[in-house]
Design a protein around this ligand. Structure first.
Ligand code: GH3
Ligand code: MG
Ligand code: MG
Length: 463
């Protein structure tokens, strides 16, 4: 998929120039002539990046930027401000308005493409995470939207790798006002330190006297655990080669020396925010995933997961001509526990039963809560005889286990009934297997409970 870029400039010649440059690199370009049009086009097209001129009549670039960044629907779109070379304060103002980066006119092509590429890459990653998030919400698994950028990042952990004592001292002093900063002056300790320090951003000088800062950065980046930690490098203004190499390597941002401390604060904050936002989305996704497949009370897999997984397992077993068995168990007279001791004690008993089931199951087996006090264990590569043995052992264990009903050590005895069915090699399915096991369970109940009944199809010899 090609990225779409919105170019905003009041001077038509500038728009045309940028449009031509970007189109030559196969970006899909849309344009706007002022801030108002920029906002409406952003709403309409949801571009992947906005290149925004600062000097525009009516609403200037800063105001436009701040408006877009304040809109939850648009705030995730990266904005690059296009400023005049001489206006250093403009850069800062833009970054403060929430811009993700700036480039200066006249525009250097290589710098432009490096920045565009890097911002578009991050944007696409975040889009993917946001989409998963949306799915979770639609599935009713998750209610809260984590779509706004985290604003408070104070206390974040910053690592500085710089052997320039004077500059290092100043940077540490400035960053320490908001962050938890560690400073490494010896480059040979930098990589190890970076990998164990759990940092939210790492600043590396490429002007070290005895080491190659970019090499250090690449060593840090190649460590799997560090992949999402933003790296920012200090480069010599007169050495654009290093700057471009850094961006090509996937370094998240750079600053020229002598480092402007205000600009540094803004850039560091942007990188930390982006990282935290990414982490929040990721952990929300993981949490909703585990919530979607597990039963809240017992921590076992839920029925939804069981159904999906059973289907896959049956297909696999039939395809490979392997045995497969399933047991479904139900606690006997469970209602009387609730009636006698209350629902909470009932819950306690169910949790204890779930623990026993987990302890008794092999790791290749899958245990799930099927309903109220009914549990299912799927047993791949298990012949009918072994399934029967496993079920009998389970029944014995439950019968012999004292179930706690309070903290004082009082216990009660409970039993379970179990139905088993084995997969038939011809024409069997997940549904029919489950149905036969359920019929067997019903038989076990009818025959007096606290017993195991095997469905007659593929029942073990002598049953
Ligand atoms: P049987 O031996 O025939 O299985 O009798 P039973 O009492 O165990 O079965 P029945 O199906 O009549 O009752 C099941 C009870 O389980 C009724 C329901 O309130 C209770 N139950 C279902 N889910 C939960 C739960 O999550 N917690 C608690 N405490 N009780 C539950
Ligand atoms: Mg029951
Ligand atoms: Mg029941």
């Amino acid at each position: 998929m090609t990225a779409q870029i919105l170019v905003v400039d009041d001077v038509l010649a500038n728009v045309k120039l940028l449009e031509a440059k970007l189109a030559s690199e196969y970006y899909d370009v849309i344009t706007a002539k002022d801030g108002f049009e920029a906002i409406s086009k952003a709403k309409e097209h949801r571009p992947d990046l906005i290149l925004l001129d600062v000097m525009m009549p009516g609403m200037d670039g800063f105001e436009t930027c701040a408006k877009i960044k304040a809109d939850v629907e648009l705030s995730h779109i990266p904005i690059v401000m296009v400023t005049a070379l001489s206006e250093k304060s403009d850069r800062l103002k833009g970054l403060d308005a929430g811009a993700d980066d700036f480039i200066t006119k006249p525009i250097n092509d290589v710098a432009l493409f490096a920045r565009v590429k890097s911002l578009v890459r991050i944007k696409m990653l975040l889009d993917e995470l946001r989409l998963r998030d949306k799915t979770s919400i639609e599935m009713g698994i998750k209610s809260e939207v984590g779509q706004t950028m985290i604003t408070d990042v104070s206390g974040a952990r910053v690592l500085l790798v710089d052997d320039d004592t004077v500059q290092g001292k100043q940077i540490v002093a400035r960053l320490s006002e908001s962050y938890n900063v560690e400073w490494v002056e010896e480059p040979d300790q930098a990589v190890a330190k970076a990998c164990i320090g759990n940092f939210d951003v790492i600043l590396i000088s490429t002007l070290l006297s005895n080491a190659d800062g970019l090499r250090l950065a690449s060593q840090i980046k190649s460590n799997e655990a560090m992949r999402n930690v933003p790296l920012l490098v200090f480069v010599d203004e007169d050495d654009p080669r290093i700057m471009l190499k850094a961006l090509e390597m996937g370094i998240n941002d750079y600053m020229t020396v002598p480092v402007d401390k205000n600009e540094m604060l803004v850039r560091v904050r942007t990188q930390i925010r982006r990282k935290k936002y990414q982490e929040t989305l990721k952990s929300q996704y993981q949490m909703s995933m585990s919530m979607a497949i597990t039963d809240a009370l017992t921590g076992l897999y839920n029925r939804h997961y069981l159904n999906t997984h059973l289907g896959n397992m049956v297909k696999q077993a039939l395809k490979n001509g392997k045995y497969m068995a399933l047991m479904i168990m139900d606690m006997d007279h469970f209602k009387s526990v609730n009636d006698t001791y209350g629902h909470d004690v009932g819950d306690m008993i169910l949790k204890q039963l779930a623990t026993l089931i987990i302890q008794q199951s092999r790791s290749s087996e899958l245990a799930a809560r099927f309903g109220g006090e009914e549990f299912v264990v799927l047993m791949p590569e298990t012949d009918p005889q072994s399934a029967l043995m496993a079920a009998n052992r389970m029944r014995d264990v439950v019968q012999l286990t004292p179930f706690k009903i309070n903290d004082k050590g009082d216990t009660i005895q409970k039993t379970i009934s179990i139905g088993i069915a084995s997969l038939h090699p011809d024409g069997d399915s997940a549904e029919s297997l489950l149905k036969r096991a359920d019929e067997a369970l019903y038989e076990a109940k009818r025959a007096g409970r606290n017993r195991v009944t095997v469905n007659s199809v593929l029942a073990p010899k002598g049953w």
